[in-house]
Design a protein around this ligand. Structure first.
Ligand code: ADP
Ligand code: MG
Length: 347
């Protein structure tokens, strides 16, 4: 086979490194939305507002009322591998924030026109930093942060070509916010598209309050999700589970209402999915897909979240224990009303 002429080994320019890294994290507008909402929640926001244009391709602006970024750190926030969330490997093992890789802002800025505008509680005014030009100017806003991302993939036409219609990209953006909203009923979310309010979910209370969770699930997934599901609560050693398991009658043709969270992070995990699937095995027929929202809390030392750049996959130290707990929790939840009905019948 022909061989390439030998060339010298060189460091890639920083910008190119970021663009390559962006390929892993930023697939479409919804990936940007996910990263920016992660950041808003990590900053302690109680309200997150998104403004989108052109399905998020033309503009994604995410505004929060979180802690803000000090003026002196705006430029650092945009640097690759710069983060305020961990300082050591030890921190990584117990990380409680959504972010920790310090990659998102740098990656997004390398494939868009990004502006970071922020104000902390002890600053008299906000400052806006344009990533590409480096221009810094005073701006008007309350405490918190707004990140504006314009013209996504303008410099990477190959990526841009893979984007679908505005309506499809918007739907993916809304789904990204939905995943956050289902884990944070204590935070209000609003999504605007081209001046139109497309979704608004008001803050209603903490995740561990069953009423607040039911309210948020009804707002985000529809009343039927709640009326046709049962509250679930289970604990097994170092892990606890709560949430709602849909009744067999609520099953759908598509697996589009199956939400799993590990320590507050939305995940797509084979162990959890398989456990849920097997719990429904005897009560569901054919290809019907159960609906559920499951929140697993586990000692962070027993789960590795640093498996995938987007952190959508996790690895459990004891996946068998997790599988068993999820299966039992759903089994018990679904069996309870049947047992009650039998008892009532016997009386
Ligand atoms: P990571 O979230 O992994 O730390 P990012 O690139 O997403 O990496 O963000 C870099 C840093 O910028 C964060 O660690 C945080 O200090 C700061 N930051 C980003 N977005 C916000 C925000 N909305 N509010 C406050 N600080 C933010
Ligand atoms: Mg982040």
């Amino acid at each position: 086979p022909p061989t390439l002429p030998r060339r010298a080994i060189r460091d890639l320019p920083d910008e190119l490194v970021s663009q390559i890294a962006a390929g892993e994290v930023v697939e479409r507008p919804a990936s940007v939305v996910r990263e920016l909402v992660d950041n808003a929640l990590d900053a302690g926001a109680s309200q997150v507002t998104l403004r989108l244009v052109g399905g998020g391709v033309r503009l994604i602006a995410v505004e929060d009322d979180g802690s803000g970024i000090p003026q002196a750190e705006l430029a650092v926030a945009l640097r690759r591998h710069a983060t305020s969330k961990i300082t050591s490997l030890h921190d990584l093992e117990s990380v409680a924030t959504m972010g920790f890789r310090g990659e998102a802002l740098a990656a997004i800025a390398s494939v868009s026109e990004l502006t970071l505008c922020s104000r902390t509680g002890d600053q008299a005014s906000a400052f806006a930093l344009a990533a590409r030009s480096g221009e810094l100017r005073p701006a008007a806003r309350g405490v918190g942060t707004t990140v504006e991302v314009k013209e996504l993939f303008f410099s990477t036409p190959a990526r841009r070509k893979f984007l679908k219609s505005d309506a499809t990209e918007l739907a993916h953006c809304v789904e990204a916010v939905r995943r956050h909203a289902l884990a944070r009923p204590d935070v209000g979310f609003a999504i605007w598209h081209e001046g139109r309010l497309v979704q608004q979910w008001r803050a209603c209370g903490p995740l561990h309050d069953a009423q607040a969770l039911a309210r948020r699930l009804a707002d985000v997934l529809g009343e039927a999700f709640v009326t046709q599901s049962l509250a679930l609560e289970h604990s097994a050693g170092p892990l606890t589970l709560h949430g709602r398991a849909g009744l067999p009658d609520a099953a759908r043709a598509r697996a589009d209402q199956q939400y799993c969270y590990v320590n507050g992070r939305f995940v797509r995990d084979k162990v959890l999915q398989h456990a849920a699937r097997s719990a429904y095995e005897d009560v569901l027929h054919g290809q019907r897909q159960p609906v559920y929202a499951l929140y697993l809390d586990i000692d962070p030392a027993l789960v590795d979240v640093n498996v995938h750049p987007t952190k959508i996959e996790v690895r459990f130290r004891d996946s068998q224990a997790v599988h068993q707990a999820v299966r039992r929790a759903i089994d018990h939840t679904l069996a309870a009303p049947r047992a009650q009905a039998l008892a009532a019948h016997a009386e």
